[in-house]
Design a binder for this molecule. Structure first.
Ligand code: PMP
Length: 401
């Protein structure tokens, strides 16, 4: 008999479960607020003009298909890390960042998780926000880390629970790993103000925590990559030695090409060499080396001025459309007759809004209106457009009146 008879079917995570439910609904007017993929107003996930141009240049360059080095394309690693830390950062002169190319943001998190699991004391807990992106817990647990949570969301106020967060960070064991979202917090859409970032940074410094930033939306949140990086760059100015995972899935629309990077700040050039060698050992035993295509394109966009200029236009357009759909939804809720306070929808930022809807309301939206969001009330703003926003607002009003 088969070796695998005893293997049971495992559960889908919350995000993927929403997609499966949506696919099964035959209603042609169904509204997809599940997936975290940017769509333009016509409902399509566009290839950004800057990437199209880079593709054309790459095609002319007659590039080969040789193996990529284990740690990725060196020029990509440099441009990605300059994008995160700022090209004028003294860290580059001092050679104090070890950077490797990864399989998008997920791959960066996983290589980072393997690294901390291997090189920090066994008992070091990893703290993730409550709530957070569904995959964070799985990534760190699979790497062998003990995962705990710190408070983030105040349900009653639909805002950041800054006091609860600071308290949890201060009560965490010395030298814990703290995973923070650089911007566009997923799923809540709630980012700290600069004042709040300063307090979070201070609390982590007091406890000597190892701060790990998941930087999956730089530029996509506000349209300005430096503004979106301001939170974690403050930590660097305060003397933190950060780990930063980067993704180019959202900000460059490179989802399926898996373009990302992991950066580990070190104390010296010598440490950088050592850390880099260890990251290579982890990568080599996982998938040997990353793919070339997407990283070549992103490298071109980040390093060629004309392409970079176009990218600024492209990313701003996405951020602006998301902001417009937030305000349009709130306006239409008012028009539909809702007397509830929906200001959190416009106060939040990034791909997702944490609507405040409960599971019962979410399920009613599915059954009565073919509107699909995650059971926790997270909705992807990217699924809203000028054609469905009025329908969506009426549906939400119906289930919340
Ligand atoms: N972190 C967060 C917070 C995310 O929302 C995502 C994408 N949903 C990722 C990381 C990773 O995405 P990818 O692996 O596609 O870069």
């Amino acid at each position: 008999s088969s070796f695998w008879k005893y293997v049971e079917e495992g559960p889908l995570d919350a995000n993927k479960a929403t997609t499966v439910a949506l696919k099964a609904d035959p209603n042609p007017n169904k509204v997809n607020l599940g997936e975290g993929i940017y769509k333009d107003d016509t409902g399509k996930c566009p290839v950004l003009p800057c990437i199209r141009e880079a593709e054309a240049r790459l095609a002319k360059a007659n590039a080969d298909h040789e193996y990529c080095p284990i740690s990725g394309i060196p020029s990509f690693c440099k441009s990605a890390s300059q994008f995160a830390f700022g090209a004028d950062s003294s860290l580059f002169k001092e050679n104090r960042i070890a950077t490797v190319q990864t399989l998008s943001g997920t791959g960066a998190l996983r290589i980072g998780a393997d690294f901390v699991a291997k090189f920090l004391p066994k008992a070091t807990p990893v703290f993730i926000s409550d709530p957070t992106w569904v995959n964070h817990r799985a990534l760190f647990q699979t790497a062998g880390c003990e995962v705990r949570t710190y408070k983030w969301y105040d349900k009653a106020k639909n805002a950041l629970d800054i006091d609860g967060c600071l308290k949890d960070l201060r009560n965490a064991p010395l030298r814990s790993v703290i995973l923070l979202h650089a911007c566009a917090h997923n799923p809540t859409g709630i980012d700290p103000t600069m004042e709040q970032w300063k307090k979070i940074s201070d609390a982590c410094l007091e406890r000597n925590h190892i701060v790990f930033f998941d930087n999956a939306y730089q530029g996509f949140a506000s349209g300005d990559p430096d503004k979106d990086a301001a939170g974690f760059r403050h930590f660097i100015n305060q003397g933190h030695q950060l780990i930063v995972a980067q993704s180019f899935a959202k900000n460059m629309g490179m989802y399926g090409e898996r373009v990302g990077a992991l950066n580990i700040m070190t104390g010296s050039e010598q440490e950088t060499t050592a850390v880099d060698s260890q990251l290579k050992i982890i990568i080599r035993a996982n998938y040997s080396s990353p793919p070339l295509f997407g990283a070549r394109l992103v490298d071109m966009v980040l390093s060629e001025p004309a392409l970079k200029k176009q990218w600024f236009v492209d990313v701003k357009e996405m951020a602006d459309r998301i902001a417009l759909m937030r305000s349009s939804l709130v306006q239409n809720l008012g028009k539909a007759g809702s007397k509830l306070d929906w200001s959190h929808i416009t106060n939040q930022i990034g791909m997702f809004a944490f609507s405040g809807l409960g599971e019962k309301q979410v399920m009613k939206l599915r059954s009565d209106f073919s509107v699909y969001m995650n059971k926790d009330g997270r909705m992807s703003i990217a699924g809203i457009n000028s054609r469905n926003v009025e329908y969506l607002a009426k549906a939400i009003h119906e289930v919340t009146r």
